[in-house]
Design a protein around this ligand. Structure first.
Ligand code: SF4
Length: 190
């Protein structure tokens, strides 16, 4: 287990044991908004790969990351309550052993009301969750295949078909999302 995931589980178990709310002692408080809940400073759903939450792919000197700087959802006290209500129904051991998909499905159910991503063989297609507003068909379009290992992004590949293993998400350019929806190349609004 990587350092990032270990720290994430420490935060999660602390919150499940009642240690949650604003962390006024933190020198970065409030890093999102005043009154934010800091229980999930390290988010259990990272990297969620859902642009709707405010995150996006960024290339840093140490590789690709999912930037969460614009995500406020996970810091809203009412959402923290909902996340804790769901995750407290699982044993600590299960929360340690479960994979990225387990947590992402829970996040989708909390945020969208149901899972919108679909398995296509060994590929997990998240594009149906995000390609939904003001979509126009295109002749062709590129989107992204993301390879995740131990809750970290290992590699990002541009592609034009859903093949192989990985999580498939739209390519984001500004406020536009490019991808494949029901077999058609589309450009949609975030
Ligand atoms: S965008 Fe929000 S919900 Fe998604 S991984 Fe980042 S902090 Fe968690």
């Amino acid at each position: 287990m990587g350092e990032l995931r270990e720290r994430t589980l420490v935060d999660l178990f602390g919150a499940l044991e009642g240690k949650y709310g604003p962390n006024y002692e933190c020198k970065y408080y409030p890093c999102h908004f005043s009154g934010q809940d800091c229980s999930f400073c390290y988010c259990p759903f990272y990297p969620c790969l859902l642009y709707d939450l405010g995150g996006e792919i960024k290339l840093t000197s140490s590789g690709y990351v999912w930037s969460c700087e614009n995500c406020t959802w996970i810091h809203m006290p009412e959402n923290v309550e909902d996340v804790l209500a769901v995750l407290s129904s699982y044993s600590r051991q299960q929360l340690i052993e479960e994979d990225w998909y387990f947590f992402n499905r829970i996040l989708q159910e909390l945020y969208y009301g149901r899972e919108l991503g679909v398995w296509e063989g060994k590929a997990y297609n998240l594009m149906p969750a995000m390609l939904k507003k003001g979509c126009e068909q295109l002749e062709n379009a590129e989107f992204l295949r993301i390879v995740i290992e131990d809750f970290e992004i290992k590699s990002v590949h541009r592609c034009t078909s859903i093949e192989g293993e990985g999580v498939f998400i739209p390519l984001k350019e500004g406020e536009k999302l490019f991808g494949l929806l029901n077999g058609n190349f589309v450009v949609c609004k975030i």
